[in-house]
Design a protein around this ligand. Structure first.
Ligand code: MLT
Ligand code: MN
Ligand code: ZN
Length: 300
């Protein structure tokens, strides 16, 4: 199985267009000190030719160019077989609108995510004015086989699992359970858990990660009070559905204990791990974890 990190920043990208925090200034003026990153998205394939996206970011247009074999075709079809979604957040779904010229745009996500995106005026009805958009529900706990545009098996299965988190701010009345998921993608030999948003590493979530050969995990914030301490917000990381990396009960300690290959992605622009030469970056590396960057590839 091949995995490409297409985008490793959280919503807003890195540097974020309206931000002058320390990492954003570094990324703007000295990219060697902090590599710029596009918004959260991953590509996965069993054969290196037919790919699925995990999430469709606002940067999808440039991200597709990172996928070998996702070259435009004379038919003008979508150059990938479809899109899996972990949640309905704007940074993970706005790209669906930008792919509308692809004529046929298969989307798969948990039923709750589907319902949020199907609402009147929402993303899916909007894209359907331009393209055929079949939706495959991924009920948490069910293993679903992925198929290509001809209906042939891709050699990949996916299981969505609900994680701690809530619906997007634009859908406050949607159910919490199933609004944010991780995805376990397997080719029968190896598996990758992709969890770009996760509010807690509870036993249920940890059980899903423990057997994965590669864990792509929520690296949004280093500290729980990161936005508050910078004066950028009032809510904690946890209240926003993102378990911070640091601390005794942060994700770094818990993931290191699993002894799996683990990579942070969906990294917010304020997070000091984005600075190549920061103590926080060294702390992540010291535990054997990787700070994700755009274009990183993994073969399992
Ligand atoms: C998140 O990751 O929490 C969301 O993408 C935030 C947002 O887009 O407002
Ligand atoms: Mn996000
Ligand atoms: Zn910033």
């Amino acid at each position: 199985m091949d995995i490409i990190l297409l985008g490793t920043a959280a919503g807003g990208g890195f540097p974020q267009w309206n931000c002058a925090c320390r990492p954003c200034r570094a990324a703007r003026h000295d990219p060697a000190a902090a590599r710029p990153r596009t918004q959260s998205s991953v590509a996965v394939s069993a054969d290196g030719e037919r790919w699925f996206l995990i999430n469709a970011s606002p940067d999808v247009r440039s991200q597709l160019a990172l996928i070998p074999g996702a070259a435009p075709r004379p038919s003008r079809d979508l150059p990938v077989e479809g899109v899996l979604l972990t949640d309905a957040e704007i940074d993970h779904t706005l790209g669906l609108l930008l792919l509308r010229e692809g004529r046929r745009l298969p989307v798969a996500a948990s039923p709750v995510v589907g319902r949020i995106l199907e609402r009147g005026g929402g993303v899916l009805p909007t894209v359907r004015a331009f393209a055929d958009v079949p939706f495959t529900p991924l009920p948490p706990g069910a293993t679903v086989e992925l198929r290509d545009r001809n209906g042939d098996a891709l050699g990949l299965t996916v299981e969505a699992f609900a994680v701690a988190g809530g619906p997007p701010r634009f859908a406050p009345d949607a159910p919490h359970d199933g609004a944010v998921t991780g995805l376990l993608v397997s080719d029968g030999r190896a598996s990758c858990a992709c969890v770009p948003g996760c509010g807690a590493l509870d036993a249920r979530t940890t059980a899903h990660l423990a057997g994965a050969d590669l864990i792509l995990f929520d690296g949004t914030f280093w500290a729980d009070d990161e936005l508050q301490s910078l004066g950028y917000g009032t809510r904690t990381a946890r209240a926003m559905g993102h378990l911070p990396i640091s601390g005794a009960d942060g994700s770094l300690a818990s993931l290191a204990a699993l002894k799996r290959r683990a990579v942070y992605l969906h990294i917010n622009n304020t997070n000091p791990i984005l600075l190549e030469d920061s103590p926080e970056r060294r702390a992540v590396a010291g535990e054997g974890l990787t700070v994700g960057a755009d274009g990183m590839r993994f073969s399992l």
